[in-house]
Design a protein around this ligand. Structure first.
Ligand code: ADP
Ligand code: MG
Length: 578
């Protein structure tokens, strides 16, 4: 039998540490709260700095409204907020914060220094709070805005510390959070400095595409399709992937309600469902979905971290999001069932193709005709009639000899084949050609020395990937060596990268290896090759001469799997004569 123990009211220090545990459980949650405060303060630029994944130092500097000196101390009291006045305000929260807990919670478990000045105040104020011990407010010079510095998080809570992951893993979570806020607030310029190095920057142009480019990379962002359903009580906005661009997990679906990032399985499911029949099984879209609804329609006070919300009418919200995404996906898809799709390729058709960013392609000089390449001319219908092979030619997975007719939107090559018209995605096709060439010459890759060695900055995870795969990288044609804790010196690159951006390609290769490095050397080769090809190939938006088109088609025909690029995208769609 258990004997009843006396019940006591906990002392304030213990109580505040318990409460803090709900709000801050790791560096990323501190960053989240501080960034929310900066946004609520109307900041246009927010600079976040972390050291040791945020365990040693987190600093968030903004150019927001600041705090008047006489209010600085009270900001650290529990349930002290400028964002609510009465309980009734809770029903229509329009700010990211409202619980008045974050500063108190963070100051209970770390050493916090605030330096702040409202724009119209002559002097600023500095205040230190050390694990709950509050010092005096001192006058201090400061730029307008607020700088919050958090040091030695959980130093006095070893149990908490033990649950933190490695510095690199914590830093990754911080990066994720910053990226989410950059997407939700494209009008604000975010900079993240990790271990002294700028690792993320969004331009703050107000254009979601620009923020998405900072988060996902320009290549991916350029392919995303706009979601826009701005009317009605539930407005849906954002970007979503075309059907050919997909990921292995749902993780790349970012959901926001009234510019607050939220977790919502059901809503994510609704977005995935919008792709019904458009995506291969087990693949998921990449999406940024921004929902605006009247504040009274959503309860944000469900969870201390405010990452879960409750909708008054969840079905209406899911339906609105799904309909908006579906419209985008369907609208961006090919107009007729054209067999294996190029995907919508909507962005290039709409004239958004990128301007050429490197010289002309150098299609192989092999110049041999593909087997059976007896294609004679435009009017020759007899080949198609009897072949029975359908528009793709008679061998499954291959393409027949094609004659280029011209280029559309500097992105697609339109060609004639034995049984109709073929539309070839020049970028995907060239990727396939380069990939096959690289893999075929894996023993002795063509390498191009750089005129001057190039110092390439990489993340710690990238350095680790370099160390683990140095030999594979050399085998793929990179000549490089460590040149500092996060710097590599690049001396030579696989020749297909000449004219491109070899540093960016290397960083991407390392990221890719860091994310899912396979121990099988062959698989590593292929991963490297796939990135290299993506980087080195002809881009959408690049004009090609007839001779270049002809050479590219010829090279494509000769590859092992001409119908897909190394990332699985289709290279070609066919319209039969019928
Ligand atoms: P909440 O955000 O829920 O109000 P916090 O504990 O995060 O609670 O912050 C308390 C108060 O401190 C805020 O209501 C705000 O008035 C002020 N504050 C915090 N951070 C900033 C900042 N970066 N700029 C201006 N004021 C801030
Ligand atoms: Mg707050």
């Amino acid at each position: 039998m258990i004997k009843p123990q006396p019940i006591r009211v906990l002392d304030p220090t213990t109580a505040s540490r318990i409460a803090a545990g709900e709000v801050v459980d790791r560096p990323a949650s501190v960053v989240k709260e501080l960034v929310e405060n900066s946004l609520d303060a109307g900041a246009h630029t927010i600079r976040i700095e972390v050291a040791s994944g945020g365990k040693k130092l987190i600093r968030v500097a903004d150019d927001g409204c600041g705090i008047p000196p006489h209010q600085v101390a009270v900001a650290f009291a529990r349930h002290a907020t400028s964002k609510l006045a009465t309980a009734a305000d809770l029903d229509k929260v329009a700010t990211l914060g409202f619980r008045g807990e974050a500063l108190a919670a963070i100051a209970a478990v770390a050493r916090v220094t605030i330096l702040t000045r409202p724009g119209d105040s002559a002097t600023g104020a500095r205040l230190r709070v050390d694990a709950g011990d509050i010092h005096d407010v001192e006058p201090a010079g400061a730029p307008p805005g607020t700088v919050l510095t958090v040091e030695d998080l959980f130093r006095k809570l070893p149990a908490r510390q033990k649950f933190l992951a490695s510095d690199a893993a914590e830093a990754r979570r911080v990066t994720e959070i910053v990226g989410r806020y950059a997407l939700a607030h494209p009008e604000c310029a975010f900079t993240l400095v990790r271990g002294g190095r700028r690792s993320f920057a969004s331009p703050g142009t107000g254009d979601l595409k620009d923020a998405a480019a900072a988060v996902f990379g320009r290549d991916v962002a350029d392919e995303l399709l706009p979601v826009a359903s701005p009317h009605g009580p539930i407005a849906v906005d954002g970007l979503t992937s075309p059907p050919h661009l997909h990921r292995a997990t749902r993780k790349h679906i970012a959901l926001f309600v009234n510019r607050r990032w939220i977790r919502d399985q059901a809503l994510a499911f609704a977005v995935v469902q919008a792709y019904h029949t458009f995506l291969p099984k087990g693949r998921f879209p990449l999406a940024v979905i921004l929902i605006q609804i009247p504040a009274g329609e959503v309860d944000v006070n469900v969870h201390p971290a405010k990452t879960e919300v409750r909708f008054r009418d969840p079905r209406a919200v899911f339906a609105a999001a799904q309909a908006a995404v579906r419209r985008t996906v369907v609208g961006g898809a090919p107009v007729a069932p054209l067999g294996e799709g190029l995907g919508p390729g909507a962005a290039p058709w709409a004239g958004q193709g990128r301007p050429p960013d490197r010289g002309v392609p150098r299609p192989g000089a092999r110049g041999r005709r593909p087997p059976g390449g007896q294609w004679t001319g435009a009017a020759d219908a007899t080949i198609a009639e009897g072949s029975g092979g359908g528009p793709y030619g008679d061998t499954e997975g291959r393409i027949p000899p094609l004659r280029p007719l011209g280029q559309v939107a500097a992105t697609y090559i339109v060609a004639e084949g034995p049984d109709g018209i073929y539309i070839v995605d020049q970028h995907a096709a060239h990727e396939r050609v380069l990939f096959d060439r690289l893999v075929a010459r894996a023993e002795d890759p063509p390498v191009q020395g750089l005129l001057e060695p190039l110092a390439v900055e990489t993340a710690p995870a990238g350095m680790a990937a370099f160390e683990a795969h140095a030999q594979d990288l050399v085998a793929a044609g990179f000549d490089l060596e460590a040149f500092g804790p996060t710097t590599l010196l690049l001396r030579a690159v696989p020749d297909v990268l000449v004219g491109g951006d070899p540093a960016a390609a290397l960083v991407e290769v390392l990221d890719d290896l860091a994310e899912g490095a396979s121990p099988v050397a062959r698989a590593v080769d292929r991963r490297i090759a796939a990135v290299v090809c993506k980087r080195g190939s002809v881009k959408a938006g690049q004009s090609l001469s007839t001779e270049e088109m002809r050479a590219l088609l010829r090279d494509l025909e000769a590859t092992a799997a001409p119908r897909t690029c190394p990332h699985g995208r289709s290279t070609v769609i066919a319209l039969s004569r019928q």
